[in-house]
Design a protein around this ligand. Structure first.
Ligand SMILES: [Zn+2]
Length: 420
C-alpha cells in the first residue's frame, strides 16, 4: 500500500491531533436543523428555537475550522455539548464551543477514561507518535492518577433525557470502542449519533472489522459490551445513523444490514476465541486459526481479527501462559546472546534470517534479527535483513495501522544503521 495513502488515513483515525487537512470544512445538511462538519472527527450541530446542541467537537487541530463552518449556519447560543466519548479527536474543541451556562454531557466512565489517558501520558506519547506518524511530544513529569481536566457538567450511568427547544434528546450508555461511549437519540428525527462504535475510521464499504484491541495500547474493549451497544442502537430503529468518522448511514434497512453484519462479526470472533480458550488452545494458535468467514464481508484495513483475538484472550486471561519459564523476570531475549555465541557469531543467524525471508517466512526472519540485535543493536547485516523483512511485510500489508508500525520499524532500523 502506498505510504502516502496509509498516512492520510492514519491521520484520520482516533486521536488525530495533527491532521493536516487544510481544506475548508464543507458542512453537510443532514436534514432541517441537523448539520455535520466532516473533519477527521465529525462535529454535529442540532439547531432549535432556544439555541444549539453540539455533538462532539473534533481534535484540536481541526476544531476551529469545523466550528467556523458550522457557525456560518447558525450563531445561536450553544446550550449543550454532548460527547460521544473521551477520545482526543472528539473533545479537542470543547473550549471553543463552551459558553457561560453551556451544559456538557458525558457518560460517567468518561472521567476514568480521560484520567487513564492522562495517567499514562508518558507511556502513550511515543506509541501515539509512532502510530500516527508524528513527532513524539515530551509528556513532562507524571501528573498523578486523577489529573485530567473534567469538562462535563452532567454525567450519567445508563440513560439521560432532556427536552430542549421542543426537541427530545435521549442519551444511552453504549460502551464499545471506549467504555464511556454514548449514543445520542433524537426520537423526532429518528437519528442516532453513535460515535465510533461503527466507524472508527472513514472507509468506504465494506467497512473494516473494528480494533477490539488497538495496538498503540488500550484497555480491553469488551466485545460483549460492544455487541449489546449495537443491539441497543438497532432497537431504536433509526432512519439515520451519524458516525464519529465518515458518512451517515441512511435508511433503516441499510443501517440494519451494516450494523448487524458488524455486530455478528464481533460476536463470531469473540465466541470462537472463547471456545478456543476453553478447549485449551494458546493465544498464538487462535490468532492463526480464527478467520472471519467471507460472508461477513468486512475488510481488515483498520482492525485486524488476529489482534482482536489476542485482545479478547489477554483481556479475559491476562499475561500468564501456563509456562513456568514466563513466571520470572527474565524474558526469552535474555538468552539470545548465548544463542548467537552458540551459532558461532551473528553471521549464521543473519544468514538463516535471509533464508527464512526467501522461504516466505518474514516473521521468523524478524525474530532471528531480534536474536542478533539483542547483543549487538547496531549489527548492520542484521539491521539490513530486518529492513528487508519489514519491507516484505509492508508490500503484503492491507491494514493501515500495521503498515504504520512496519514503517516505524523500518525508520528505527535505518536510524540504528545511520548511527554507526
Ligand atoms: Zn474518533
Amino acid at each position: 500500500m502506498p505510504r502516502i495513502i496509509a498516512v492520510a488515513i492514519l491521520l484520520c483515525v482516533a486521536m488525530a491531533a495533527q491532521t493536516p487537512d487544510q481544506d475548508q470544512v464543507k458542512v453537510v445538511k443532514i436534514r432541517d436543523s441537523v448539520y455535520m462538519a466532516p473533519t477527521s472527527g465529525n462535529v454535529y450541530m442540532v439547531t432549535t428555537p432556544e439555541g444549539n446542541v453540539i455533538i462532539d467537537t473534533a481534535g484540536k487541530s481541526v476544531a476551529e475550522r469545523a466550528r467556523k463552518a458550522l457557525m456560518a449556519e447558525s450563531h445561536a447560543p450553544v446550550k449543550y455539548i454532548l460527547l460521544t466519548h473521551g477520545h482526543a479527536d472528539h473533545i479537542g474543541g470543547i473550549d471553543l464551543w463552551k459558553e457561560a451556562g453551556t451544559q456538557i454531557i458525558a457518560q460517567r466512565n468518561y472521567v476514568e477514561f480521560v484520567n487513564y489517558v492522562t495517567r499514562l501520558e508518558g507511556f502513550f506519547a511515543p506509541r501515539n507518535a509512532a502510530a500516527f506518524n508524528r513527532p513524539a511530544q515530551d509528556a513532562g513529569p507524571w501528573r498523578g492518577n486523577y489529573a485530567a481536566k473534567i469538562e462535563p457538567t452532567i454525567l450519567f450511568d445508563q440513560k439521560y433525557e432532556f427536552t430542549f427547544g421542543g426537541l427530545e434528546f435521549q442519551l444511552f450508555s453504549t460502551p464499545g470502542e471506549t467504555p464511556d461511549h454514548l449514543t445520542v437519540w433524537i426520537p423526532a428525527y429518528k437519528i442516532a449519533f453513535i460515535g465510533d462504535n461503527y466507524a472508527g475510521i472513514p472507509v468506504a464499504e465494506p467497512m473494516s472489522f473494528p480494533n477490539l484491541y488497538a495496538i498503540r495500547g488500550t484497555k480491553p474493549r469488551w466485545a460483549l459490551d460492544w455487541i449489546q451497544s449495537i443491539d441497543k442502537v438497532l432497537e431504536l430503529k433509526p432512519d439515520i445513523v451519524l458516525n464519529g468518522h465518515g458518512d451517515p448511514i441512511v435508511g433503516n434497512q441499510e443501517i440494519t444490514r451494516r450494523l448487524k453484519r458488524y455486530r455478528d462479526a464481533i460476536q463470531y470472533v469473540h465466541d470462537e476465541t472463547v471456545k478456543g480458550m476453553d478447549s485449551g488452545k494458546d493465544v498464538f494458535t487462535l490468532m492463526r486459526e480464527i478467520k472471519l468467514p467471507a460472508s461477513y464481508d468486512l475488510s481488515q484495513v483498520f482492525g485486524k481479527v488476529s489482534w482482536s483475538v489476542r485482545g479478547i484472550y489477554d483481556g479475559y486471561a491476562g499475561w500468564y501462559d501456563m509456562n513456568p519459564a514466563t513466571m520470572y523476570e527474565l524474558p526469552p531475549s535474555s538468552v539470545y546472546p548465548d544463542l548467537v555465541q552458540l551459532a558461532g557469531g551473528p553471521e549464521p543467524v543473519v544468514r538463516l534470517a535471509l533464508e527464512k525471508l526467501k522461504a516466505d517466512k518474514p516473521v521468523e526472519a524478524l525474530h532471528l534479527t531480534d536474536v542478533v540485535l539483542a547483543s549487538d543493536p547496531r549489527n548492520s547485516a542484521a539491521l539490513n535483513a530486518r529492513i528487508e523483512a519489514l519491507e516484505y511485510l509492508q508490500k503484503k500489508c492491507e491494514n493501515y495501522v500495521e503498515e504504520g508500525w512496519l514503517e516505524f520499524g523500518i525508520t528505527k532500523a535505518k536510524e540504528a544503521l545511520a548511527a554507526k
